[in-house]
Ligand binder design. Structure first.
Ligand SMILES: [Zn+2]
Length: 472
């Protein structure tokens, strides 16, 4: 860009103000002496006097400006400190979280474990234990059933959750505000961590929530009501889950893997037969003393001497379907000899019944020897799968004891061929003893749901192998 020519008027003015030779500044003299052009000098450096006046003025200005700047800086600093203090005060607490479930003893969780990526998580297993929900599942997938056939299902690291069969996107509201973000459940052997805000939205009725960010306290308790209007008779309200607060994402339907042919109409049983339950109970994964399935249902099929036996509802319904189909196929002498067995019953059998039996037979043995012997045929309390309420032992009228003479019966042959269609698997196969750590039990069948049972049946794996394969 070309420089604009200065107007003539300006040139004149400048010439008039041109300093005299004798009042040249030192710099000007130096430049002149060195033969340099005066036009190179700054127009501001005119005369020494003007220079001095300007210098004083300039200094006054500089002082004033410095004072103003200093005041401004000080004000800014004070403001900054005040802001920082108020920010510190209003900053969300990162103290440990205290969780209070109803009247239970509060427990604390380090902030970093409770809040991950700005999202507050709750352990569904602890809440379920408190609220009496039925828990089923594995290290990778967990279901929590409440009343009214409502349930939640989470899969480790999945962006979806299932609410009463509806697949919804798992989202979470950040603890300190902001829009909901995609989130995932974290499931391992001991916990099922789910975003608190998500869980809260799944609960239609039955639970009350209170989150206090000042003290980082989360309270969850069951809602109660006065039975028959009697204030002295407060009872816990049913807990119901709903998917109304979520967008439902239809499951991608895959073509069926297996074809199922039944000799009788299975319609009344299909819902239960196809309900998955992969709860694992073995020597490495014992159930707690407190574990009692919430929906135990009395068996109506043939039982030993007509005994009252119980299974979880879906397992019981699926078993009834299986027994009817077996009878329809002409096998009429099979019956159930054991089903759900409580922790207390396991305890009594192990420490009293079998202990006394061995003690009587071998009075010279130490307790250690006696227990070692009992362990060869009885599960240590908590490690029996019968506590899950998902498995049964079959016998036939030709058998005297529960043993592998069952393997050669027609009933056993029929079960080996057909049990998977009803969601049952042979739990302790002959070739899997090293993995299950239980001897071959041709009579012991476990309900897992039809899909898993079919996979296990056709790929000839045991439950432990199936679960570790689906976990990886
Ligand atoms: Zn058994």
């Amino acid at each position: 860009m070309k420089k604009k020519k200065k107007p003539a008027e300006f040139e004149t003015l400048r010439q008039e103000n041109e300093p005299r030779e004798e009042s040249l500044s030192f710099e000007e003299m130096t430049l002149l002496r060195s033969g340099e052009d005066r036009s190179k000098l700054s127009p501001h450096d005119t005369s020494d006097r003007a220079h001095a006046v300007r210098f004083v003025r300039k200094n006054k200005l500089v002082t004033a400006a410095a004072i103003v700047i200093a005041i401004a800086l000080l004000a800014g600093l004070i403001g900054g400190i005040l802001f920082f203090v108020s920010w510190l005060d209003s900053r969300p607490s990162t103290a440990d979280f205290t969780v209070i479930l109803g009247e239970e003893k509060p427990y604390t969780i380090p902030y970093g474990d409770a809040v991950r990526g700005g999202i507050l998580y709750v352990d569904m297993r602890r809440i379920a234990a408190y609220a009496g929900m039925t828990v089923g599942g594995s290290d990778t997938r967990m279901s929590f059933a409440a009343q009214g056939n409502t349930y939640l299902r989470f899969e480790n690291d999945s962006e979806y959750a299932i609410i009463n069969g509806d697949r919804v996107v798992l989202t979470a509201e950040p603890l300190d505000g902001g829009n909901a973000v995609p989130a995932k459940a974290i499931i391992n052997a001991s916990e099922c961590l789910v975003p608190y805000s998500f869980f809260k939205k799944t609960v239609s009725v039955g639970l009350l929530f209170r989150l206090d960010r000042d003290t980082n306290t989360l309270q969850i308790k069951r809602a109660t009501y006065a039975l028959d209007g009697d204030e002295d008779n407060m009872v816990a309200a049913d807990i119901l889950f709903h998917s109304a607060n979520f967008d439902i994402v239809p499951e991608v339907t895959e073509p069926p893997k297996y074809e199922y042919v039944y000799t009788i109409d299975m319609t009344p049983y299909l819902d239960s037969i196809t309900t998955e339950n992969l709860l694992l109970a073995n020597k490495q994964n014992p159930l707690s003393e407190a574990y009692v399935p919430a929906d135990l249902t009395e068996l109506t099929c043939a039982t030993a001497s007509g005994r009252e036996l119980y299974l979880c509802r879906d397992a019981a319904t699926a078993l009834h379907g299986l027994m009817e189909a077996m009878i329809a196929d002409g096998i009429t002498d099979a019956y159930i000899t054991s089903a759900y067995r409580s922790y207390d019953r396991q305890y009594e059998l192990f420490f009293t019944t079998y202990y006394n039996k061995e003690k009587a037979a071998h009075p010279e043995w130490t307790d250690e020897q006696i227990y070692a012997q009992v362990l060869t045929y009885s599960a240590y309390p908590g490690t029996s799968e019968h506590q899950t309420g998902l498995c049964v032992d079959f016998m036939t009228s030709t058998m005297h004891d529960l043993d592998n003479s069952f393997a050669s019966t027609d009933a056993a042959a029929w079960l080996r061929e057909n049990a998977y269609k009803f969601g049952f698997i042979l739990r302790y196969p002959e070739d899997k003893v090293a993995i299950t750590q239980y001897s071959y039990e041709s009579w012991h069948y476990r309900f897992v749901g039809r899909d898993a049972a079919s996979d296990i049946h056709f790929s000839q794996v045991c439950l432990e192998e199936y679960l570790s394969a689906s976990a990886s």
